[in-house]
Design a protein around this ligand. Structure first.
Ligand SMILES: *Cc1c(COP(=O)(O)O)cnc(C)c1O
Length: 370
């Protein structure tokens, strides 16, 4: 018997690994073309690049890389706390907010328990639950593919430890607003952890609920944010969670001492002041939304109106469309893994990339249109 046959944890054996957007380098190698000619519109990154303030800080701090980071991340947690009007003890950092989702697994999930998620929500919640042998209660989405918060609250069972609200939701780009969240929280018992995953909050093109007030006033709510999307720091891996102190202190116990690296901390400190970059990003995303949604209408393609920097488009049979786009050097994400086999998700690029995407999409979806 092999090591794997004899000893691999059944929870691990059952996991299907997460499929990320395909890296530019890999696609360039396969197609034998210049990486610079490829548009990666597959991981909701910021097409304007990295916050210039963060880049400056990185250049200055690069020589200090030989030192371990401040494991407690004093300055960054202080700054985030001041920024949001909480205390440092209410802030936990992760190597991306994905790592904080894993802390939640370590602290709260195990066999005999369940979590509640929405259909077509960010798939990592399910992956983490499986890793901890925790049952997933998946609640059907609304007709518009958004979270049905009412049905989610009603789906909570006695063994439910956590419920995940992805807002805006990736990959559907839908938003739940204040009224719906208030009604939802009235129904959720105090002994269930409520996670508001707000990876796109800074650039959301709609009215975000005030989750900050919620996490300040309730003992069971957690807000997750990331520097990966709006601030353009996806490659450095840094995100944060904010909530009541006892909850945050518990999550801290699941953290490796140096989980967030030195450069990521420095970049995040600087990025947090870069309002100008966020403003420019918001403007580009508003323009991109308008252009891509209007283009879909012109091509007769259904889409889900988005409040984030990506758009879910119904193309019928997604793999050949994805493949056609790939042949044109455009990487998008097929959505079968999200229970949406007829859809692709395209992340917003700069306007030139958006136009290139629509041109290539038109070739395969509506070749007769001029
Ligand atoms: C991108 C994303 C995250 C986290 O990304 P990190 O890079 O790990 O910070 C979390 N939730 C959603 C919904 C996302 O789209």
């Amino acid at each position: 018997m092999s090591v794997l046959e004899k000893w691999q944890n059944p929870d691990v054996a059952a996991i299907t690994p997460y499929e990320p957007g395909r890296p530019i380098e890999e696609v360039a190698r396969e197609l034998g073309i210049d990486p610079a000619s490829i548009s990666k519109l597959a991981s909701n990154e910021n097409p304007l690049g990295t916050s210039p303030k963060a880049l400056d800080a990185l250049r200055k701090k690069l020589p200090e890389t030989f030192r371990y980071p401040d494991g407690g991340a004093y300055y960054l947690r202080e700054k985030l706390a001041a920024h949001f009007g909480v205390v440092r003890q209410q802030v936990v950092l992760g190597a991306g907010s994905n790592e904080i989702l894993e802390f939640i697994g370590h602290c709260f999930m195990s066999s005999g328990r369940s979590v509640v998620v929405s259909a077509h929500a960010f798939v990592i919640y399910k992956l983490i639950a499986r890793m901890f042998d925790t049952r997933v209660i998946e609640v059907p989405a609304t007709a518009g593919l958004g979270h049905d918060l009412n049905a989610m609250a009603e789906a909570i069972e006695d063994d439910t430890c956590a419920i995940f609200v992805c807002n805006p939701n990736n990959p559907t780009g839908t938003l739940v607003e204040q009224d719906a969240v208030d009604a939802f929280l009235k129904k959720v018992p105090d002994d269930v952890l409520v996670v508001f995953d707000e990876a796109y909050a800074e650039i959301a093109l709609g009215s975000m609920p005030d989750t900050l007030s919620i996490v300040k006033s309730r003992g069971n709510c957690l807000m997750l944010r990331t520097f990966s999307k709006a601030y353009g720091l996806a490659g450095l891996r840094i995100g944060f969670g904010m909530g009541p102190q006892p909850l945050i202190e518990t999550l801290q116990k699941a953290r490796q001492p140096f989980n967030v690296n030195r450069l990521a901390q420095e970049a995040a400190l600087a990025a947090l002041d870069d309002d100008e970059f966020i403003e420019r990003s918001r403007e580009l995303f508003a323009e991109s939304k308008k252009y891509l949604e209007t283009s879909c209408e012109r091509l007769g393609l259904d889409y889900v109106p988005t409040v984030a920097n990506f758009l879910l488009i119904k193309v019928g049979d997604a793999p050949p469309v994805t493949q056609h786009l790939l042949g044109k050097g455009i990487i998008v994400r097929p959505m079968a893994g999200y229970g949406l086999p007829e859809y692709i998700r395209v992340s917003f690029g700069v306007m030139e990339e958006n136009r290139r995407f629509i041109g290539a999409l038109k070739e395969i979806m509506a070749p007769d249109e001029e």
